[in-house]
Write a protein that binds this ligand. Sequence first.
Ligand SMILES: C[S@@+](CC[C@H](N)C(=O)[O-])C[C@H]1O[C@@H](n2cnc3c(N)ncnc32)[C@H](O)[C@@H]1O
Length: 184
Amino acid sequence: MRGSEPTPVRDPACCPQTRALLLETARSLHIRRYLEIGAGEGGTAEAVFKATGAEIVAIEKDPVRAVHARERFEKGGVKGRLYEGDAGEILPLLGGTFGVIFLDGPKAQYRKYFPDCKRLLETGGVLFSDDVLLYGWVRGEPPKKRRMLVEHIREYLSLLEADPGFSTQYFEYGEGLAVSKKLR
Ligand SMILES: C[S@@+](CC[C@H](N)C(=O)[O-])C[C@H]1O[C@@H](n2cnc3c(N)ncnc32)[C@H](O)[C@@H]1O
């Protein structure tokens, strides 16, 4: 018996194309601060730090992943902070602004997080929202058991598209990526 040894976790990092676009955007905007909601094991956030030197603020709810991310940040000399906890509780407490925000936490909560993302994103900054097309279900017909989640994502995308303060482009990377520039 291995007792209380933590269960190994698979690193749920975003797909390589999403990461590449994120890094290219962060570099070209010369961002000073970066926020990641749903940091997983911190690999993407660390890559942003290495590419830009920006201050990293990352939120991760899963305690095992948060420990791995924190260790990674310490080892990599990442400047910033890893918050362990629920993004819904932590986001309202954050201040200042960020050049890029990567929304990659619980998909059903994107809509709820949007007002804070809007408040925290600087004008000219970019919001990346990952996994918003979900195997084509969001634009098509989802299986019955995924309908509720798809409905949440559709509501989020309607909000984003209807907001005159944002201009959004979609990329068929992974399960679908929305890239939204804050215009004002
Ligand atoms: C797709 S993974 C993130 C991958 C990471 N962004 C990367 O590219 O390496 C989504 C993460 O969101 C975390 N998560 C789920 N619900 C959360 C919540 N309410 N608050 C913060 N993080 C949450 C999960 O534990 C999971 O690690």
